[in-house]
Design a protein around this ligand. Structure first.
Ligand code: ARG
Length: 455
């Protein structure tokens, strides 16, 4: 395709380092769509004849059918999917194929193809995240009043409900979806027609190709058009943030599934056995989601570093933009599906959770709050009194609400037996009715809103 000025062909090593075909053949659908839009526009503008455009379009459709059937090009001498398809087109329709590349360069071609691919990837991720949110909300509704320990520092802090805990992930995914939506809106400008870097002297209609490919408008600067990979980084950054969320939930499943916790029994379908320890039931899917987050962040880092020193406009380094995006997308799609499956099918163990919440003096704050509210003691002092009560309960090996009233009165005479009511874990969660709090009544409101927005 570019051999005119060269006397010798490339070395085998050069061919190998130069070729992106092994990975960019994944862009074939977008490449054919881009070429069809381009040639239709060329014909409309009178830059190629309707007859040539018809032959090219027919040839591209036939090639698409071949590719669809699994017959994808592999010869490294063809370099990339763009040249492979054009050379296939020449085999099929002859010299008219050579008119397709009028007023176009591979630089704007690949920028267009890749944007189209990332746009499809975002749509696929969004559909996956929607299903994941539905699973979270369904399980949250089932456990809107199931009490579990809430943790800070992974120490039992205050009782919360499992529904509340799951809805925390709903919120994270809501933000992830908005990040992807943002990325999609910013991405949706068409670079086709920027040509190599400077635009073209042919009377092209960039609005027409932009529209044909579903873009909101053409990009406004030809140099930026061929050198911009922000859209790929936007995708990778949103993917990284999302993977972090999935990884945090995965980590919780790993902890919850361990025997000392026993908060969940992971389904057989998402666990594996050990080849040596017959009793084992390992949370491998969750561990791999946690692991994949590291790889996804690595992909984001890879492209960030690739781009950071590149002068305008296109440099071949940018060919390396695709593998990290493809890898991150595959890992993310799989991680979302695995976490959705786990959330849908995990057997939560609310009895174990409740016992753990009751065991950790998780209602100590409720005792302090009672001292403030009923006995009008300043919070700092109430905190101190409560600390003494917890210390005593701990040394007696009992729960806070099992300390006899005489013992509590000895700690502070202002305590009376009305203090017991708020000390149960149920009373504790029910009291936390502030907006976004863990009270079942409050969580139920958030669930209702979520269901409406997911409908
Ligand atoms: N395979 C190349 C890529 O993915 C296509 C663009 C090549 N452009 C060039 N001037 N060599 O970036």
């Amino acid at each position: 395709m570019w051999g005119g000025r060269f006397a010798e062909g490339p070395a085998a090593i050069m061919r190998e380092i130069n070729a992106s075909l092994p990975f960019d053949k994944r862009l074939w659908r977008q490449d054919i769509a881009g070429s069809k839009a381009h040639v239709a526009m060329l014909a409309k503008q009178g830059i190629v004849t309707q007859a040539d455009a018809g032959a090219i379009t027919g040839g591209l459709d036939a090639i698409a059918a071949e590719y669809e059937g699994g017959d994808l090009p592999g010869d490294l001498a063809l370099e990339d999917i763009h040249m492979a398809t054009e050379s296939r087109l020449a085999e099929r329709i002859g010299t008219a194929a050579g008119r397709l590349h009028t007023a176009r360069s591979r630089n704007d071609q690949v920028a267009t193809d890749f944007r189209l691919w990332v746009r499809d990837a975002i749509d696929a991720v969004d559909a996956g995240l929607l299903a994941f949110q539905r699973a979270l909300v369904a399980r949250a509704e089932e456990h809107v009043a199931s009490v579990m320990p809430g943790f800070t520092h992974l120490q039992v802090a205050q009782p919360v409900t499992l529904g509340h805990h799951l809805m925390a992930y709903y919120e994270m995914i809501r933000r992830d979806r908005s990040r992807f939506a943002d990325a999609r809106a910013r991405l949706n400008e068409c670079p086709l027609g920027a040509a190599a870097l400077a635009g073209t002297g042919f009377p092209i209609d960039r609005q027409a190709t932009a529209e044909a490919l579903g873009f909101a408008k053409p990009t406004d600067n030809s140099l930026d058009s061929v050198s911009d990979r922000d859209f790929a980084l936007d995708y990778l950054m949103a993917a990284t943030q999302c993977a972090i969320h999935l990884s945090r939930l995965a980590e919780e499943f790993v902890i919850w599934a361990s025997q000392p916790y026993g908060f969940v029994k992971l389904p057989d379908a998402y666990s594996t056995g050990s080849s040596i320890m017959p009793q084992k039931r390992n949370p491998d899917a969750a561990e791999l989601v946690r692991g994949h987050a590291g790889r996804i962040a690595g992909c984001m880092t890879a492209l960030t570093i690739t781009m950071k020193g590149l002068p305008l406009a296109y440099s071949k380094d940018m060919q390396d933009d695709k593998p990290p995006v493809f890898e991150a997308h595959d890992l993310l799609a799989l991680s979302i599906a695995a976490m959705t499956g786990m959330v849908e099918t995990t057997a939560f163990q609310p009895e174990r959770m409740r016992r753990a919440a009751e065991a950790g003096y998780s209602t100590a704050t409720d005792l302090a709050d009672w001292l403030v509210r009923v006995a009008d003691i300043p919070f700092r002092e109430a905190h101190h009194i409560t600390g003494a009560a917890v210390k005593r309960a701990e040394s007696d090996g009992v729960a806070l609400d099992q300390l006899p009233i005489a013992v509590l009165k000895a700690i502070d005479a202002r305590i009376d037996d009305r203090v017991y009511a708020p000390l149960s874990v149920d009373a504790s969660v029910a009291a936390r009715k502030s907006h976004g709090g863990t009270a079942p009544s409050e969580v139920a409101k958030r669930i209702a809103e979520a269901k409406e927005s997911l409908a």
